[in-house]
Design a protein around this ligand. Structure first.
Ligand SMILES: Cc1cc2nc3c(=O)[nH]c(=O)nc-3n(C[C@H](O)[C@H](O)[C@H](O)COP(=O)(O)OP(=O)(O)OC[C@H]3O[C@@H](n4cnc5c(N)ncnc54)[C@H](O)[C@@H]3O)c2cc1C
Length: 252
């Protein structure tokens, strides 16, 4: 069957701010309109995303800590800290109910050097809610539509690999579809080839993310006890995941 094939894909160079609700809604609309079945993997979490100022004697790199059901990751962005406070799905409402002062204390408890800086929070407008889920489409395509990147398989921040996968999908799609366009118009079989080529690395990566999220992060978030083994800083930068990306199966 001959078809016209627009690729649902925006810039992959966006910041995670693209995860505010309107963006998630747009992906959902595309999937719904195209009648593409979504398979939800893992227990979703939410991220409270905010900035704290940075001082010259702060640690140089990356800070992360988990304790008593709370988890905070701070990413060094040169002149400020981009902070991610991880909560169970829909946990933001509970955080708000408990009040700003308790939120400030939670941050300081996890990363004591923020003690004075948490006063920078004046209202909840300064905290953005980012929705995180791990899911994938059963079929990434239908006549006239091909989903790649998060449209085909929404990734969690775990391991910092979602952007890699999206770029690799784009490369694979280009390698398959450009020759198809040169021959004429891509067929459904051409679209299927893109999914076949990219499905394996996507599924393996999502299995790692789901395992970490469901077996490590969420149990800690639900428990009020301190973790027995401190969560390694490298949790968000898994060598295994990154080397898997380096191999890039299915990208060629
Ligand atoms: C909180 C959080 C933190 C994350 N941190 C990391 C990280 O540190 N490293 C990492 O590798 N991955 C991270 N990820 C995952 C990563 O963000 C995604 O896997 C990746 O951005 C997917 O890229 P994409 O191009 O498919 O989608 P996106 O980056 O979302 O790009 C899609 C683009 O299409 C645009 N768009 C949508 N609909 C339309 C339309 N109708 N018309 C025009 N444009 C449209 C959107 O506005 C957006 O710009 C994180 C995810 C979350 C939720």
């Amino acid at each position: 069957m001959s078809i016209y094939t627009p690729v649902i894909k925006g810039s992959v160079l966006l910041s995670v701010r693209s995860y505010v609700t309107w963006k998630v809604a747009k992906v959902r609309i595309v999937r719904e309109k195209a009648h593409l079945k979504v398979i939800q993997t893992g227990d979703p979490i939410d991220v409270l995303w905010f900035r704290l100022s940075k001082l010259s004697n702060d640690p140089p790199q990356f800070v992360a800590n988990i304790d008593s059901g709370k988890m905070l990751v701070m990413i060094n962005r040169s002149d400020y800290w981009q902070c991610a406070f991880i909560v169970v799905k829909d946990g933001f409402e509970n955080v708000k109910k408990r009040g700003m002062e308790e939120f400030r204390q939670s941050i300081t408890q996890l990363v004591p050097f923020t003690k004075e800086r948490v006063r920078e929070f004046k209202n909840w407008e300064q905290v953005k809610l980012l929705s995180v889920s791990i899911d994938h489409l059963k079929k990434w395509y239908r006549p006239g539509v091909l989903c790649i990147g998060d449209a085909a398989h929404a990734m969690s921040p775990m391991g910092g690999v979602g952007i890699n996968l999206a770029i690799q999908d784009a490369v694979a799609a280009a390698n398959i579809l450009v020759p198809a366009f040169e021959r004429g118009i891509p067929t459904v079989e051409d679209l299927e080839k893109v999914q076949k080529r990219r499905e394996f690395p996507t599924k393996v990566t999502q299995k790692f993310q789901t395992f970490l999220q469901d077996r490590v992060i969420i149990p800690y978030l639900r428990s009020q006890k301190p973790p027995r083994v401190p969560l390694p800083l490298k949790l968000f930068n898994f060598t295994i995941l990154n080397s898997l990306q380096g191999v890039s199966p299915g990208m060629e």
